[in-house]
Structure formats: structure tokens, C-alpha cells
Ligand binder design. Sequence first.
Ligand SMILES: Cc1cc2nc3c(=O)[nH]c(=O)nc-3n(C[C@H](O)[C@H](O)[C@H](O)COP(=O)(O)O)c2cc1C
Length: 209
Amino acid sequence: MEFSATFQQELDELFHWRRDVRRFQTRSLPDGLLSELLEATGSAPSVGLSEPWRFVEIVDAERRSRVVESFERCNTAALEAQDPADADLYARLKLEGLREAPTHLAVFCDEADQKSRGLGQSVMPEMRRYSVVCAVMQLWLAARARGVGMGWVSILEPEVVRAAASARKDWVLIAYLCLGWPEEEHLDCELERAGWAEREKVAKRVSRV
Ligand SMILES: Cc1cc2nc3c(=O)[nH]c(=O)nc-3n(C[C@H](O)[C@H](O)[C@H](O)COP(=O)(O)O)c2cc1C
């Protein structure tokens, strides 16, 4: 399979236009779209072909509200821990779209599943979790390619999310994701817009030894 120069250019554009979205329209995703997106993550790489990802869609309002409350608690604590010079700006940042996003997805790593019989995981077992991150990244791009926004919320108590998702005991929380139609499209990321930090050239992070 050879990909055309046009495709390569469009793929780069997809990378550039992918955003962490926190401002969602409240209208639902059409039936079947989430399944289509999740199906697209199935070709993600995983250590030993372990496919340790487990996705739980959280639809129940009471379960969602427990997640929102967890965010409020954690974010209040994070604000209190800020350097005073940053506190005002931090307080103005929008760091989740939990209330507006029509779709909530908790993503776990199954630490107990033996499908891959441990291949590649004896020295660095954390590779299972990294495999789940690969799937999340694929989901992010698949969503963006279809015009769907996705936001990763990590200011949460994992045990609260595990309970809200009725996760099995061997499942470790990797990501809590909001999905939906974005309110707007933009090339610059939210934190740059807010003046919190700036994206830098990768070359600054590369060395040769
Ligand atoms: C592991 C991970 C956790 C993140 N958690 C949060 C979060 O809790 N709240 C938030 O607003 N953004 C979160 N983000 C999004 C980042 O802030 C965002 O990716 C970064 O600012 C760059 O913006 P962009 O994704 O639009 O390019 C997270 C991103 C990653 C990869």
C-alpha cells in the first residue's frame, strides 16, 4: 500500500488540527458513531498483542455527576496548590467539558488478562498501560477525522472513576474522555490561547549521542 503525497499532507493536517476539546455542543453523537470510532482504535499497537484496553461508556446521570464532583474537588485542590503568580490564570482555565459533552468514556488497562501470555511485559509491565495510551491516541485522531472533538480529563480521583464505571478489580484507569461536537475549530491549543504555555519545536527535545 502506497499513500499519496496528498494523503500524507492531509494526515499532517489532521495531526495539526487535533485539539484537546473542552467546549462541546450538547447534542448527541449519532447512533453508531462511537462504535465506529472504537472499532478504529482496534488496530492500535499493543505489547504482545495484549489488547489490554477496556472502554466503559458512562451514560447514567448519577454516575456522571460523581465524576463531575471528583473533578471539582481535585481542581479546587490543584488551584490551592498553584504558585500565587499563576493562581488567577489557572482559575480561568477551562480544563474539562464534563457537563456539556454528550459522551463520556472511561478507558482502563486490564492488568490481569492473559491473552498475550505476558509477551514483552516481563521487564517493563507498564508497557500494557502504554498500549492503552496508543489506543487513546488513535481514538483521538479517528474522532477528529470525523469532526468529533475529544478531551482528556485527568484531574480526577481514579477510585471514584473506577466505581462510577463499575470497573473490574484488575482494571487500572488510564483516561477519562469526553467526546462530542466541538463548539469551534481552532489550530492553537487552549493552553496557548490562555497564555499558560507554548508549543515548542520538537528539535529542542532531540539529541544525538
Ligand atoms: C495524558 C493527558 C492528560 C490530560 N489531562 C487534561 C486535563 O485534565 N484537563 C485538560 O484540560 N487537558 C488535559 N489534557 C490535554 C492537554 O492539556 C493538551 O493536550 C495540551 O494542552 C495540548 O493541547 P492540544 O491537545 O489541543 O494540542 C491532557 C492531555 C494528556 C495527553
